[in-house]
Design a protein around this ligand. Structure first.
Ligand code: 6CS
Length: 342
């Protein structure tokens, strides 16, 4: 055989091999569906797109992201993830309370510190977050891939308040978990659980007189337009959780499981940078957009009046969750102490 025909044969073989390999890859390449609870550019959206970026740059898989409203409310996307219609879902513990009562731990007021660096360290190192919670989610057919903070909670009200007494008779919207209702009862208010989609309208029509959320969300959802008095109570952080349908996850190759874990870690690191300074930027935007907005930062004495109500919420958490909740709370507190002592 001449050199030219040898080359042609080889080239033909490699083209065939390449085509076969590509075909094999595209057979293995999947399109994974991922839904979250927020809008374009919000924290969960940044997380989802960083996760997608990592997966798509490091495999042949693609990730299709669905934002708030595209597939329904938070409860709807969780149902779809549990049914396997979605592969990944980002649902905040604020909505997971009925499914996993222990997830309500984030709503015990004044449990979390206010300092962001300590909060981040806690999420990185906590056994409760990284070992205990995955077991609890697993019982509901969910593979917990990451819990991460979005921002410190700020209360918005129809008038500035500085004490629990001033919250009396005010209906404050809470996410739909019973413990958060307990917190706002303890704070003197009348808690009103509502899904996200109903909050703006309820504030606008004065069906409710306030709500709580991180500042970036108060800005991006335009909540300050209908609830302009921002009160910094320092009582907690908005935390969220990203997970996979567990049957889907268990069916992945070891290589893909590793890829998914790395993508979740990569997105977490991006979020740590993204939320640094985000609240201040959002507050500036709010103040530039509205003359009506007031900002009240409670002093230590005023905070103490709210903090004094926390033990009854902690007790209620233990009543709701029994020994398992008690152990989780002890672990959570030990993990917090460990990072605060560093
Ligand atoms: O208040 C809520 O319901 C929404 N808050 C945030 C920050 N993210 C999603 C959630 O639905």
């Amino acid at each position: 055989m001449s050199n030219t025909s040898k080359f042609r044969k080889l080239a033909g073989f490699s083209a065939l091999a390449f085509a076969a390999m590509t075909a094999a890859n595209s057979v293995n390449a999947a399109n994974w569906r991922y839904a979250h609870e927020e809008y374009e550019g919000d924290v969960q959206d940044v997380y989802a797109y960083k996760f997608k970026e990592y997966i798509e740059e490091n495999s042949d898989h693609t990730v299709q992201v669905f934002r708030f409203g595209e597939l329904g409310e938070s409860d709807d996307i969780m149902e779809q993830a549990q049914a396997g219609i979605l592969n990944f879902v980002n649902q905040s513990p604020g909505f997971t309370g009925s499914l996993i009562p222990e997830a309500q731990i984030f709503f015990i007021p004044y449990l979390m510190p206010t300092d962001m660096d300590t909060v981040i360290k806690f999420f990185r190192q906590s056994k409760a977050i990284n070992e205990d919670f995955p077991e609890l989610y697993s019982e509901q057919g969910l593979e917990l891939l990451k819990m991460y903070p979005e921002g410190e909670m700020v209360v918005t009200v129809d008038e500035p308040v500085t004490s629990p007494e001033e919250l009396n008779n005010k209906k404050i919207r809470v996410m739909t978990n019973p413990l958060l209702s307990e917190t706002y009862s303890a704070f003197g208010a009348t808690p009103t659980p509502l899904p996200w989609g109903e909050v703006y309208g309820a504030l606008q029509t004065n069906m409710i007189q306030g709500q709580e959320n991180p500042i970036f969300w108060i800005e991006s959802g335009g909540l300050y337009e209908v609830s302009p008095n921002l009160v910094f109570t320092g009582h907690g952080w908005f935390t969220t959780a990203m997970m996979a349908n567990q049957d889907f996850y268990n069916g992945l190759s070891d290589e893909d499981k590793k890829l998914v874990g790395e993508a979740a870690d990569f997105a977490f690191e991006q979020i740590v940078t993204h939320i640094d300074g985000l609240a201040d930027e959002a507050l500036e935007k709010i103040q530039a957009a509205s003359d009506e907005v007031t900002v009240t930062r409670l002093n230590e004495e005023q905070i103490e009046a709210f903090r004094a109500r926390a033990p009854q919420v902690e007790e209620r958490f233990i009543n709701m969750t029994g020994d398992r909740g008690k152990q989780l709370l002890e672990q959570f507190q030990a993990d917090l102490e460990a990072v605060q002592g560093e």
